[in-house]
Design a protein around this ligand. Sequence first.
Ligand code: ZN
Length: 334
Amino acid sequence: MLVFATETSCDETSICVMEDDKIIEHITFSQEIHVSHGGVVPELASRSHLEKIQNITNSLFFKKNINLNDIDVFAATCGPGLIGSLLVGSTFTKSLAVSLQKPFIPINHLEGHILSTSFNNNIEFPQLVLLLTGGHTQIYLMKEENRLELLGESIDDAIGEAFDKTAKLLGLPYPGGVEIEKKAVNGNEEAFILPKPLLKDQSFNFSFSGIKTHINLLTKKNKIDEKFVSDLSASFQRNMSQILIEKLDQVITKLNNIKITSISIVGGVSNNLYLRSKLENYFANRDIEIYYPLKEMMADNAAMIAWACMKFYNEKNSDLFFKPNPRLKVRSVL
Ligand code: ZN
């Protein structure tokens, strides 16, 4: 089966052609237009998708010598995300499906991330899924392959957002996550004690917006020099890793009647090597295997959308009238 998928939920214009379990071609264009604004500007994002998507699609089909008619199924991200951006990708992909009279499968962006590790790993269940992105921070329990239970999530800023906002307060360029990681290498991670909101809470939810407020106060009280930026970046990363590990530990303790065998760590923030090493240390002694997606399936990408379509494709799921939804929820049964 040959799938053509698009992903335009935020600021990456991404397309992929996948044949069964093989990526034939995958192109992701990261919009740089937002850098000078210090964050994603929704209107600019949708215009940029519109300018780019047709060109990269043409070049993909030309380069791989594929005829549009060869595509069996079309799939696109239909939420959650920025509505203007979702509309561009989903309408473009639906139009191709209509013109060729082929099925169109709407895909939930978060389900794409969640399923991404099953492309390159043999997943053992029950597993936990830790989703770390610019828009979401969530912990799921996957008792079996297509059953999902949301255990907890951030009630305000997502983890990637917290990284970006902290970077902005420290005068670092957007996207800030990578900049924080670079600065932290030379910093003293014990220099600042930062808050850990909701840590003693009975839920498995996160809250990150108070940390940003605390850092804002620190930047007003201190001179923002190289040492301050490095020390604060290191302390911030350490604080985030401790919050994640503490919450996961609470989850594992509370679910003690379920033998968790693995955890999938997905989403763009899972590229952070410091967070990874801390999580790996924690899980190493607990007989819990960690799965990561392929590097090209970590940040926002169309390959995970193609894979989600491939995994659960059924002609009955074709829906040309599916309305993109900026707050689309993950299903409990996929
Ligand atoms: Zn994402």
